[in-house]
Unconditional design. Structure first.
Length: 176
């Protein structure tokens, strides 16, 4: 009776370990997935310089953070930057009666600088020469696709955004 009990315990233990995935395998798979994701983000941001930043949270200098709805974006390409972002903060000077966001613009005259981050990822600085209000956008892009954006203006408080980086999807024509 005692031998049967010990044999059944050993059999149960062996069967449990036989059906469990090995820890090394899952760690290797995660590491491989992280490498693939970092390579994808690098090809979008560094190699092609054609991507879209999708903000999820706005972080004004003063006041509370705000979750953003779908639809806001900054699209960056080698020839132009299209920004459609909300602004929350203090304006030191503004156009009288204007209701448009100062972060809603298209620029084709800018300088674009990429530097590697020490712990992986990239810092990108875009300095605008043809916008009225926004002077600089600073992206911190991480290898997992998350990013932060700081917008610096001459006439307004800075504002930051947290979000993600994605490749630009081609526009499809609507069916008639």
């Amino acid at each position: 009776m005692k031998k049967v009990f010990i044999a059944s315990i050993v059999l149960i233990t062996i069967s449990i370990f036989a059906f469990m995935p090995s820890a090394g395998f899952t760690q290797d798979a995660r590491a491989e997935k992280k490498k693939e994701q970092a390579a994808t983000i690098k090809s979008i941001v560094v190699d092609s310089q054609h991507y879209v930043f999708l903000p999820q949270t706005a972080l004004p200098t003063t006041g509370n953070s705000r979750n953003l709805s779908y639809g806001y974006a900054v699209t960056v390409s080698a020839s132009k930057v299209e920004s459609y972002l909300p602004y929350f903060g203090r304006a030191y000077s503004a156009d009288y009666g204007s209701t448009a966001s100062p972060l809603d613009f298209i620029s084709s005259d800018f300088s674009y600088t990429i530097t590697n981050r020490k712990k992986g990822g990239w810092d990108i600085t875009i300095e605008f020469k043809d916008t009225k209000d926004v002077k600089k956008m600073q992206f911190s892009i991480f290898e997992n696709g998350s990013a932060t954006l700081q917008v610096i203006s001459d006439s307004r408080q800075p504002i930051s955004f947290n979000g993600t980086i994605e490749s630009v999807k081609p526009k499809t024509e609507k069916a008639k």
